[in-house]
Design a protein around this ligand. Structure first.
Ligand code: FAD
Length: 97
């Protein structure tokens, strides 16, 4: 019959892990989350002119439609998908009409 392991006392470590012995080093990498820095005019245009992003969104340039989160001003997957959906729709409109 196997012997039961004795219950450790509160001051005894639960494992044989020893930080000084078992950790050779710690590497911490900082990976910044890119974030658009909208300048005046980015969202609503300036001096009566449309915002550049609206010009890029309005219609494809030849066979190229622009789609990325930078156009939305909000860097996340939701806006990436929305921009891509719009751009593909614009290209399909050109092909199918
Ligand atoms: C660390 C980190 C964590 C994040 N966490 C979240 C999160 O939790 N939730 C969330 O919603 N969003 C998150 N985001 C944001 C989200 O990932 C981005 O906003 C989104 O992926 C941007 O999509 P995009 O299509 O605009 O651009 P990207 O995903 O950057 O796609 C651009 C593509 O174009 C390609 N490309 C570039 N130049 C050229 C070229 N000349 N020719 C051909 N291809 C080219 C690139 O290789 C890339 O594949 C995170 C971003 C980072 C960096």
């Amino acid at each position: 019959m196997a012997r039961r392991k004795p219950t450790p006392r509160p001051h005894e470590p639960l494992t044989s892990f020893d930080a000084r012995r078992d950790i050779a080093g710690i590497i911490l990498n900082r990976w910044g989350h890119a974030y658009l820095n909208p300048q005046p005019g980015f969202f609503f245009g300036k001096d009566g002119e449309p915002a550049p992003r609206e010009i890029l969104r309005r219609a494809p340039f030849g066979r190229i439609a622009f789609a990325n989160t930078d156009l939305s001003g909000a860097p996340d997957h939701k806006t990436a998908i929305m921009e891509g959906f719009r751009a593909v729709g614009q290209l399909l409109d050109r092909v199918l009409t």
